[in-house]
Design a protein around this ligand. Structure first.
Ligand SMILES: [Zn+2]
Length: 332
């Protein structure tokens, strides 16, 4: 990984827009930390689930090439109520037992209802995408700790909807250009000078966060002097480390977890952690069709399942994950 190692180098050798677009489009790695991560910023929402803030997406951190990492995860409940929350190894081009099981579910032949039910399960278990970038928090008025976060740099996790907005801002369509839209250098190194603040605005609709009202403001520098810009750039957090291969469990380990989640006896199911949102799909759909998966995938010995249970993450961690995850799920 080369990246820029000094601010002057960084300023003089800004990558071209096209190259950056290619890099962003070709992202294949990413990751996130499960523990409470002080490097992460999350938007504050009110009781109705609405909120807003002004943030500034930043270019690649010192010594790194990419301004954004991408990761795919699976996040679903088995019939017993156990959660499967794991990074999907296909993110780094390795095989994934859930994707394999989904592919089987998708291709099971049968009457219309069976096909529909199996595809619905596959849909619930499908990969979901998360992006992580460095941001400058410009204004965070609803945050009780506003003075501690405003003007500081954090990692920020976001979903496909916001990524679409970034891509559109960087490369508006010909139609949009004709109407006066100007490309904004959001994630480009020049973005510190020629980027724009992002007005993050979200609402909760049907238990899903929608970011439709979010938009970029006018082009302006992220700070008024190069010294301040350098300080911002040097405050960025590394991104590549969260995309490392060790953030992905082995196929064997994931298969064990999958079997455990799908086949755990109901009596052994713990109460779901508080604040964990239930899947919107009716649970009985999954229960009804689950034996087909079990028949194909039931390889785990009961002893192994027990062993796994002991290694399972605590409810708090699961809650954090779900909450984190939920926040990312932009309405499609
Ligand atoms: Zn997968």
């Amino acid at each position: 990984m080369s990246g820029f190692t000094s601010f002057s180098d960084f300023r003089s050798k800004s990558s071209t827009f096209e190259a950056l677009q290619d890099q962003v489009a070709a992202l294949a790695k990413g990751g996130f930390k499960k523990e409470d991560d002080k490097t992460k910023w999350k938007a504050t929402s009110d009781k109705a689930g609405n909120g807003s803030a002004i943030i500034r997406f930043l270019p690649a951190p010192k010594g790194e090439d990419l301004p954004v990492v991408k990761i795919m995860t699976h996040n679903f409940q088995g019939p017993s109520g156990k959660w499967y929350i794991e990074n999907c190894p296909t993110t780094i081009n390795l095989p994934c037992p859930v994707c394999e099981a989904n592919s089987e579910l998708w291709n099971i032949k049968g009457d219309e209802d069976t096909v529909k039910a199996n595809r619905k399960i596959a849909s619930i278990r499908k990969r979901k995408t998360t992006f992580t970038a460095n941001i400058l928090v410009v204004k965070d008025p609803k945050n009780k700790a506003a003075e501690d976060v405003e003007g500081k740099v954090f990692r920020f996790d976001f979903g496909s909807k916001i990524m679409e907005k970034i891509v559109t801002a960087q490369s508006p369509s010909e139609d949009m250009k004709e109407l006066g839209a100007v490309p904004i250098k959001v994630l480009d190194p020049k973005g510190l000078w020629e980027g724009a603040n992002f007005i993050l605005s979200f609402k909760e609709v049907n238990e899903q966060r929608t970011y439709d009202a979010s938009s970029f403001g006018p082009v302006c520098p992220a700070a008024d002097t190069d010294e301040k810009l350098e300080e911002i750039w040097l405050s960025e957090h590394p991104l590549a480390e969260i995309a490392a291969e060790d953030k992905f469990k082995s196929h064997e380990e994931l298969l064990k977890k999958l079997n455990f989640v799908l086949n755990a006896p109901k009596s052994a199911a713990k109460e779901p952690a508080k604040n964990v949102p239930a899947e919107k799909e009716p649970e009985n759909t999954e229960v009804a069709a689950e034996p087909q998966v079990k028949a194909k995938k039931a390889k785990a010995e009961p002893k192994e399942a027990e062993k796994f249970e002991k290694e399972e993450t605590g409810p708090e961690e699961v809650t954090d994950d779900i909450e984190f995850y939920r926040g990312l799920q932009a309405k499609k």
